[in-house]
Design a protein around this ligand. Structure first.
Ligand SMILES: Nc1ncnc2c1ncn2[C@@H]1O[C@H](COP(=O)(O)OP(=O)(O)OP(=O)(O)O)[C@@H](O)[C@H]1O
Length: 230
């Protein structure tokens, strides 16, 4: 159970064709479990890069990320994957559901080939209920609305009980009202499960409702402000 993530001098650049793109420059940030944080900023400002690094999907070019003082990214690939499975849940703008699998099967996918101390099927049914989709277990993604597909993706992100939920524009593909309901669901999970939520958004109204608002620009952290009180 990771209670704190600490980034020091985090820098990520990409090199190729004689050019160097700096996606993140010298970012210093800490996150405490249970926080509900919005990350905002213009396109290309480094928001997704930051989320990928925090979620151990990517490695920094320079700087460090410590999870409860442990630099997980310095470990082997399989140790990093185990860590990711135990601690992190991801939600994406494009849902990324497997089209030939039912809602229930999609939710079960992170548990394939994993040993867990609970009944996988019961757990998957439980989280589908938690996101309000108890009657859609056997539906394919194509038979679900955008909001419902994102709920399946959220159920999949929490099925393995992560302590951190990282969401990259989770409401970006949804209309305002559906987006607000997805936001409320993330808030509920944050309060009920105590998981830290970090979400990237382009929507200033949604960002303003978070407890902490981090603004990025050109790979730099422009500001880190206290938002709405819970
Ligand atoms: N794999 C890559 N190779 C080269 N450059 C990349 C790569 N990934 C990201 N970048 C560059 O890094 C910068 C930051 O990208 P990033 O996706 O983190 O921004 P963002 O704030 O999430 O943008 P958006 O809001 O459009 O999703 C951009 O200039 C982007 O072009």
């Amino acid at each position: 159970m990771v209670n704190m993530i600490e980034c020091k001098n985090l820098t990520r650049f990409y090199e190729g064709d004689g050019t160097k793109t700096i996606a993140l420059r010298d970012v210093n940030l800490s996150f405490m479990k249970g926080e509900f944080t919005a990350i905002i900023g213009p396109s290309g400002s480094g928001k997704s890069t930051l989320l990928s690094l925090l979620g151990t999907l990517d490695k920094p070019s320079e700087g460090t990320i410590a999870y409860d003082n442990e630099e997980i990214l310095k470990k082997s690939k399989s140790k990093i994957a185990d860590f990711r499975f135990q601690e992190i849940g991801f939600i994406f703008q494009q849902f990324h559901l497997l089209p030939t699998l039912t809602a229930l099967e999609n939710v079960l996918t992170p548990l394939f080939s994993r040993k867990v101390p609970y009944n996988k099927l019961e757990r998957a049914i439980e989280v589908l209920e938690q996101v309000g989709l108890q009657d859609k277990e056997n539906s394919l993604p194509s038979q679900l609305s955008g909001g419902q597909q994102q709920r399946v993706a959220i159920a999949r992100a929490i099925v393995h009980k992560p302590s951190w939920l990282l969401a990259d524009e989770p409401t970006g593909n949804l209309d305002t009202e559906t987006g607000e309901r997805i936001y409320d669901l993330l808030r509920e999970l944050n309060e009920q499960e105590g998981c830290g939520v970090l979400f990237v958004t382009h929507d200033p109204a949604l960002a303003a409702k978070a407890n902490r608002i981090i603004t990025m620009k050109d790979g730099i952290m422009l500001s880190d402000k206290v938002g709405a009180t819970p």
